[in-house]
Design a protein around this ligand. Structure first.
Ligand SMILES: [Ca+2]
Ligand SMILES: [Ca+2]
Length: 617
């Protein structure tokens, strides 16, 4: 009996030590041995977790350096040092609560490498081509995850633009060959992190738990599987980051660690969306504050990135995601609304850990100098940006001008020419992402009045100008849509992505003649680009546009490519003499679409005609 009693007591003690830790969470949820930065700040969350006599980790190579208690006793932040000598395993944090101690565990993993033993993060550069997808609207690979019980979304219906349509990560994985055949080699997906929001949860820009991939997309397992399949096929992955805000149902909004976790205002304060306040030498301090600390919208609370706990939480999540999934590049949402010092710190932390990683950020601003303010530029100013590249809205606007305005001194093609002439403000314009359209704006084919000749001219620029080209899903099959009255029209489902769709435009047989013409055009040029050193990394030389004609060259020591555009409603003769700086030494030119080789001599470009030619000796 006595023996039994002792055994029972031991069991009771063991149960207390390893007490149920349900409801107690640890962020990040796991980490790695051998990161360049040995520091890690664990955020423990759970009922009165700060109400303890201490915290102990008995794990070789893992040391608690500092315990930080904050306003809310449901949180404690532990500063750890992880020695490179630590071994992978489950690390238990013993919370010494009086009378009932318990453990919260997180896993320390070995870093995964590629076959050469190097980090598997490849980076994204101007040698790549992005295919940009909104996962809810591309393809439904698994109808069983369309609706998940317990989540708050109210609308699960393809009949409405605000509802969830059921597209998922498996749907993307099933069409990797389609994307590869098209010539793209990099996927950028709108955010895949859970948005447990009551409405419009499909777009993904209102995170509610950073460490959960939305189960309606297939969850973490499907994301790993997609990325591994993509990497195997030679395709890269860009994740969409949102540092500026979270969704109103985020764990740190429902139970904030401290009052200043979020930017607080006496009553709702919208951002002014006026990026000029950040660079304006005459700006009012309050105007600046409203721009960065005002909320993007009422359901998206604005994070106070000057709070060091917020900063650590966001930066560690970016590194955790990169390492966990093997992310090759980041696109950062709403960049202008973030704290600049925080963003510099965050970018640097990623670049320190992964020097090759690709990073570009959304800068939906108007003006080349405004845009350059947010990336590495030539201006000498305090706190200047270390961001490698931006989503180049100025080139986007200029390409629109070139195809929709009558040629003039600054209008039409002159707008594109002069925008590129201002590239001197950037440290490296080749790191900018260029695009004809995206998920927030009118579809390209609609903007140009569904004119196939203008379409080809735009595709030529997208795939031969400097920078990283991004093609928005469906642009290759002439999808149309406008943002008026809502974004839904530019976020339509890809036809053929759902069982029972009347047409399957993933196949040539399912596409119309026009759609195949567009698809084949993109495919021919993007596949040429793949092997073109001149376009991927070569120099650009542009000639002043005259009378609605624009000619530029991409060139390096191995290759010279000429791009010609005629925006006139009549054919125009091209005199080659003017371009001899770039054509001397060549005798022939090859049309990369028809593969026709002709002598290097004057020629006529049809009305609204364009062409891409490779120079030959
Ligand atoms: Ca689904
Ligand atoms: Ca902000």
């Amino acid at each position: 009996m006595k023996k039994f009693l002792i055994a029972w007591c031991l069991l009771l003690i063991a149960n207390l030590i390893y007490a149920q830790t349900d409801g107690y969470k640890c962020y990040p949820t796991s980490w790695w041995v051998g990161m360049k930065n040995p520091k890690l700040q664990l955020m423990l969350h759970g009922d009165a977790v700060a109400n303890a006599n201490g915290y102990t980790i008995n794990y070789p190579g893992v040391k608690i350096e500092k315990i930080n208690k904050v306003e809310n006793e449901n949180y404690v932040f532990l500063d750890l040092i992880i020695s490179p000598a630590a071994k992978p395993g489950m690390v238990k944090v013993l919370v010494n609560r009086k009378g009932s101690p318990y453990n919260i565990a997180f896993e320390l993993q070995a870093r995964r490498k590629n076959e050469n033993g190097r980090t598997r993060i490849q980076g994204v550069t101007s040698s790549d081509m992005i295919y940009f997808i909104m996962p809810d609207r591309f393809s439904n690979g698994d109808p069983s995850n369309d609706k998940i019980d317990g989540l708050q979304e109210r609308i699960y219906s393809r009949d409405t633009g605000r509802g969830r349509h059921g597209g998922d990560l498996l749907g993307i994985e099933e069409h990797l060959d389609y994307i590869k055949d098209l010539g793209a080699n990099t996927l950028w997906l709108t955010p895949v992190i859970i948005n447990d929001m009551a409405s419009a949860s499909y777009h993904g820009y209102a995170f509610t738990d950073h460490y959960t991939i939305d189960p309606r997309f297939g969850g973490e397992k499907a994301y790993h599987k997609l990325i591994e399949a993509a990497h195997k096929k030679g395709l890269k992955i860009i994740q969409d980051a949102v540092y500026n805000h979270v969704g109103i149902n985020h764990i740190t909004v429902k139970d904030p660690p401290m009052k200043d976790w979020l930017n607080q205002w006496p009553s709702f304060q919208n951002t002014s969306y006026k990026d000029q306040t950040l660079m304006d030498p005459y700006a009012s301090a309050m105007d600046k504050k409203i721009m960065t600390d005002g909320w993007f919208e009422p359901r998206m609370p604005d994070l106070n990135q000057r709070n060091p706990y917020v900063a650590n939480y966001l930066i560690q999540h970016a590194i955790w995601t990169t390492e966990n999934f093997g992310i090759d590049g980041w696109r950062i949402d709403t960049y202008a609304y973030c704290d600049r010092d925080f963003m510099n710190k965050c970018n640097q932390a990623l670049l320190d850990e992964y020097p090759q990683i690709g990073i570009f950020a959304e800068t939906w601003v108007h003006g080349i100098v405004n845009q350059s303010f947010f990336t590495r530029n030539i201006f000498d100013m305090p706190g200047k940006s270390n961001l490698p590249g931006v989503t180049d809205f100025q080139v986007h606007f200029a390409m629109d001008d070139a195809l929709t305005q009558k040629f003039g001194w600054m209008e039409g093609l002159s707008s594109l020419y002069s925008t590129l002439a201002n590239d001197f403000v950037y440290k490296d314009a080749y790191k900018n992402c260029i695009f004809l359209d995206n998920h927030d704006m009118e579809r390209f084919y609609t903007t140009i009045g569904q004119d196939i000749n203008k379409y080809k001219m735009g595709i030529n620029w997208l795939l031969t100008l400097r920078g990283i080209p991004e093609l928005y899903y469906g642009t290759e099959i002439l999808m149309t849509g406008s943002t008026n009255p809502s974004d839904a029209d530019v976020r339509k489902d890809f036809p053929g992505g759902w069982a029972g769709d009347t047409a399957n435009k993933f196949t040539a047989a399912g596409r119309s003649k026009n759609e195949n013409e567009a698809f084949d055009y993109v495919r021919t040029l993007s596949n040429f680009r793949k092997n073109s050193s001149a376009i991927k990394t070569g120099r650009l030389m542009q000639f002043v546009p005259y009378n609605g004609i624009y000619v530029y060259f991409r060139y390096d020591a191995h290759q010279t490519v000429m791009v010609v555009s005629n925006t006139n409603d009549k054919p125009v003769d091209i005199k080659m003499e003017r371009f001899k700086e770039r054509t001397s030494g060549f005798t022939k030119m090859k049309n990369i679409f028809s593969a026709t080789i002709s002598p290097l001599q004057d020629f006529t470009v049809a009305e609204k005609g364009s062409g891409v030619f490779e120079m030959e000796k």
